[in-house]
Design a protein around this ligand. Sequence first.
Ligand SMILES: Nc1ncnc2c1ncn2[C@@H]1O[C@H](COP(=O)(O)OP(=O)(O)O)[C@@H](O)[C@H]1O
Ligand SMILES: [Mg+2]
Length: 309
Amino acid sequence: MSARGTGGFGKVAVLMGGRSAEREISLMSGNGVLKALRAKGVDAHAFDPAERDLFELRRDGFARCFIALHGRGGEDGTLQGALEVLGIPYTGSGVMGSAIGMDKWRTKMIWLANDLPTPRYRILAGGDDWQGVARDLGLPLIVKPANEGSTLGLSRVKAAGELPAAYELAATRFRDIALAEQFIDGPEYTASILGERVLPLIRIEAPQGNYDYQNKYFTDDTRYICPCGLPPEKEAELQAIVMAAFRLLGCRGWGRIDLMLDAGGKPWLLEVNTSPGMTGHSLVPMAARAVGISYEDLCVRILETAHVG
Ligand SMILES: Nc1ncnc2c1ncn2[C@@H]1O[C@H](COP(=O)(O)OP(=O)(O)O)[C@@H](O)[C@H]1O
Ligand SMILES: [Mg+2]
């Protein structure tokens, strides 16, 4: 707990709900955070931007915001911009880090320009030379939208002939830019960032690989393993890459980076989540527990990182 005590935060709004596709998960995250902060003596209140005008935050005397919104309108920099204008400190990344983190394409460009490893990719435009794309990236390959909706718009493509349909799904259905990406055949991890520290990695094991939306969200078969089983020096090396990758995007406060290792043990960064899930069984709370930080303490620690400007 901070030296000034949890009462020193003033009146805190836990922003939850919102209008994105991830509204339901956000309400679960937000209610968990709300309960935890209250248990810690913080004067915390729920605030749903889908139901109330953000300007009411100032009118109602809120001194800081805990952002428990996911996806568009909560994680993409727009809300962060509004809070900057209102002058109310908020948790997590600022306007630029949030906006870049929401965009997998621009995230990859920044990482690649700085020699950080992320799978090779092509932007699909429709009517592409599908055989050429398959030759260039190899098969299988992954097609996914660059922004929101990725989990649903993601396909694992096993033959060039499947590319047009995968493109349609990623680009047309989600009105997005479609990214074709080299397939990484190896274990998947997620790394949680809290302040200046990368918490222990979690290994994610889904039944037939993790690309499948069904496995990831609707079956209980996915296993989350922490400690992740890597040798300590390998984990430390990955944590250093993750911290550098997070900072390069202009991200701050807290967040999560998804990554994979290939058969040779080489790491590949997939994406950053600037406002990850915060339900009791979400991944950042799991990583925090592994270093003795309870869910309640984690919520207070995140609140402490709130900033403006
Ligand atoms: N290049 C890739 N190679 C292998 N699997 C991938 C690749 N890209 C994504 N995946 C799988 O798809 C999942 C979702 O992709 P990700 O880029 O993290 O988007 P999001 O989590 O926003 O849906 C990953 O957790 C991973 O299991
Ligand atoms: Mg992901």
